[in-house]
Ligand binder design. Structure first.
Ligand code: IMP
Ligand code: MG
Length: 178
């Protein structure tokens, strides 16, 4: 499939497959935190689509907050360094925090983010990612609680994921062909 201008994109997960899986995760989280409230943290920009769809599938009182961290830029290789560009708007102390990520690759981003969130004393800290690329993991201490799909070691775009800021708006998830 040719998405607007540029690379050929091979569809890997359709919108229907993604929506079904997101609803399943939402139901599991609803069950897990029954009788409590949750504090969803969307890691911008990549996880914006996943966060909003997931939030609609969680039947609990919730706060939704956002954090912006540095990304790869035009490169497709992790720098291993993260930079918090925009912090949360509220305190997470005593909250059931659910960190919502688009994809875990090397694990560097989340390893550092989890350290930061832990230092702010949430009641619980849960990690939820739409995609996981375990073959690429460098950091070993990142334990994922909810994973949408395990994906192979290819560069993925769509449903929030970008290639040099392009393709985030694709409603499906695909591979950029070499
Ligand atoms: P990590 O620090 O290497 O785990 O990288 C995490 C971040 O890199 C993700 O939140 C994405 O923003 C970005 N990323 C990693 N792999 C891909 C990919 O295949 N496509 C698009 N973005 C990616
Ligand atoms: Mg991201």
């Amino acid at each position: 499939m040719n998405a607007e201008n540029g690379q050929n994109i091979t569809v890997y997960l359709t919108e229907e497959q993604i929506n079904k899986r997101v609803a399943e995760i939402g139901a599991e989280i609803t069950e897990r935190f029954k009788g409590e409230s949750v504090y969803l943290i969307c890691i911008l920009k990549g996880s914006i689509f996943f966060t909003t769809e997931l939030a609609k599938r969680i039947d609990l009182p919730m706060n939704i907050d956002f954090m912006t961290v540095s990304s790869y830029g035009a490169s497709t290789v992790s720098s291993g360094v993260i930079n918090v560009k925009q912090d949360l708007s509220g305190s997470i102390e005593g909250e059931n925090v659910i960190v919502v990520e688009d994809i875990i690759d090397s694990g560097n981003t989340l390893s550092r983010l989890l350290q930061l969130f832990r230092s702010r004393n949430p009641k619980t800290l849960t990690l939820c990612t739409l995609l996981d690329k375990p073959e690429r993991r460098v950091v070993k201490d990142v334990e994922v609680d909810y994973t949408g799909f395990v994906v192979p070691d290819k560069f993925i775009v769509g449903y929030g994921l970008d290639w040099d800021q392009k393709y985030r708006n694709l409603p499906y998830i695909g591979f950029v062909e070499d």
